[in-house]
Design a protein around this ligand. Structure first.
Ligand code: SF4
Length: 362
């Protein structure tokens, strides 16, 4: 270990844990190697920070946390924190206020409160199982959660946010994916950050999900010295896509405590997106997203295509430098679809959640 890594073990701010499998991926790396940077504590975690927050996403605020194990920020979806335990504690974790306390499962009271909240909130169409890592639960415990959720009529879709295919892919078995299929649609939100993580074992785990009908979307975090080069992101995205996994987000790393050394400059993140645009296909292109600190929600970004905009037209410059105008038809000609009222009831269940309702003459 490097002296900085040794010193990192003195910092008690965040748990340290790794699976033998994931540690092996880093065994040939010098200090500063990509996997090593994700899993090894470092002296920089206790250095004076440019910005650091225990709760960068404002998840502990009462308005976002109606009950202990639920985070509800957006009308039609909520997070259900079913465990705080992870097989590997990623050094950049944004949920250090919760993850790694190792209280493991929700208490019976917390669990019942969470289920009751979802049941009594009909706007919730998607439940995202999160934590911690839900796939650290046994199949039988996970099945109990899924079957309880499927009792709630308005829950249409269940997502599982997990690093298990990355850090312990052997956990993904035929039994697991068959069990999940009984509660479909179940979407898997994986979290690969680097092409090295896509081993044969990881590929087999992903194929098991997809072959059993579970769509897989990948969310990566942009990390300094790990994946902040377009060639690395391109390689990761192409390999994921080949395995039928959609590269979904590249997240700006949150200013979580002890994470400065892993955060990228946002200007660089935008340059990475621009470099990839027009080179990576739309399918291979993850969306760049930054969570507004303190719980402001996700902000999405696109390269600066728009040179100027007026009511009449928009002047654009494409990825290859070509400039052109897009002339608008007059606004007065805009008409709503004739059948839009058929869909208003569904829309109204999410329209007023934390925002001004949209006027009916939209
Ligand atoms: S797997 Fe997710 S929740 Fe767990 S430590 Fe890593 S980033 Fe945090």
């Amino acid at each position: 270990m490097s002296p900085e890594e040794v010193k990192g073990f003195e910092n008690k701010n965040f748990q340290i844990r790794v699976t033998p499998y994931y540690a092996k991926l880093a065994q040939d790396e010098a200090p500063g190697g990509p996997i090593r940077k994700i899993l090894m504590p470092h002296a920089s975690e206790s250095a004076e920070a440019y910005q650091e927050m225990l709760d960068p996403l404002g998840e502990r605020k009462k308005k976002n946390r109606p009950v202990d194990r639920i985070i509800h920020r957006y009308a039609d979806r909520c997070l259900f924190l079913i465990t705080d335990f992870c097989s590997v504690y990623c050094r950049y974790c944004t949920r250090k206020h919760f993850t790694g306390q190792e209280s493991f499962l929700a208490s019976p009271k917390e669990y019942e409160e969470a289920l009751a909240y979802i049941k009594n909130t009909p706007s919730i169409k998607e439940v995202i199982l999160s934590g911690g890592d839900p796939l650290t639960l046994s199949d039988s415990r996970l099945e109990k959660v899924l079957s309880d959720l499927r009792e709630i009529e308005h829950v249409e879709l269940i997502r599982i946010g997990t690093r298990i295919p990355v850090v312990n892919p052997m956990r993904v078995t035929e039994d697991l994916v068959e069990m999940l299929r009984r509660y479909k649609p179940v979407y898997i939100m994986s979290h690969f950050n680097h092409p090295k993580e896509l081993t044969q074992e990881a590929a087999e785990a992903l194929e098991l999900f997809v072959d059993h009908g579970h769509p897989v979307f990948n969310q990566m975090v942009l990390l300094n010295g790990v994946n902040n080069h377009p060639a690395v992101i391109y390689a990761l995205s192409r390999r994921l896509l080949y395995l039928r996994v959609k590269p979904y987000y590249m997240h700006q790393c949150d200013p979580s405590i002890g994470t400065d050394h892993l955060r990228t400059h946002f200007g660089q993140s935008r340059e990475l997106q621009e470099a990839l645009w027009g080179r990576a296909s739309g399918l291979a292109m993850p969306g760049l997203s930054l969570d507004i600190p303190d719980g402001g929600g996700k902000a999405g970004f696109a390269p600066p295509f728009v040179k100027s905009e007026s009511d009449e037209k928009i002047v654009l410059k494409g990825f290859d430098g070509l400039e052109a105008e897009y002339i608008n038809p007059p606004r007065e000609l805009m008409r709503p679809p004739m059948d839009y009222e058929n869909y208003l009831k569904e829309w109204e269940s999410v329209d007023s959640f934390g925002r001004e309702p949209i006027s009916s003459d939209f």
